[in-house]
Design a protein around this ligand. Structure first.
Ligand SMILES: [Zn+2]
Ligand SMILES: [Zn+2]
Ligand SMILES: [Zn+2]
Length: 152
């Protein structure tokens, strides 16, 4: 009898050892979540979305150059893959000349709606007057200098 009990408590011992390992795992996981939400907060100041470089003046990608109610998009530049609110932001902030997206890469999701943080393919942006996701109107003036961002 006592031999069997001894074997069982040995098993219990092994199981609680396993529990200990599992709760250690949970602890590690919640630490991971905390680190992740910290990263999101730092990236966007609240709304989740890609990081936008340059002298922005709010969290809808308006910048010191273009800040009307319609200026809500940021462009990812072909040269560095980073989002900037406008060509002037890139010129002032980046350490290299801007490159335009070639015509055969119109499928790149290089346009960010600063209102809802959706990214649009270049081709979709060029055909849209407003964000297909949230309906935010785009500045028709941007279309006047499309060639600064996309080869035409
Ligand atoms: Zn660049
Ligand atoms: Zn700018
Ligand atoms: Zn939108």
């Amino acid at each position: 009898m006592s031999g069997a009990w001894g074997a069982m408590s040995g098993a219990w011992g092994a199981m609680s050892g396993a529990w200990g390992a599992m709760s250690g795992g949970w602890g590690a996981m919640s630490g991971g979540w905390g680190a992740m939400s910290g990263a999101w907060g730092a990236m966007s100041g609240g709304a989740a979305g890609p990081r936008v470089l340059g002298p922005t003046v709010d969290d809808q990608t308006r910048c010191v150059h273009y800040r009307t109610p319609l200026d809500v998009i940021a462009i990812r530049f072909a040269c560095c893959g980073e989002f900037y609110p406008c060509h002037a932001c890139h010129a002032e902030t980046a350490d290299h000349p801007a490159q335009q997206w070639p015509v055969d890469r119109r499928g790149e999701r290089a346009v960010l709606c600063g209102v809802c943080t959706t990214t649009l393919a270049i081709a979709d942006y060029l055909e849209a007057d407003s964000c297909p996701e949230c309906g935010a109107a785009f500045n028709p003036g941007c279309k006047l200098h499309t060639e600064l961002y996309f080869q035409v």
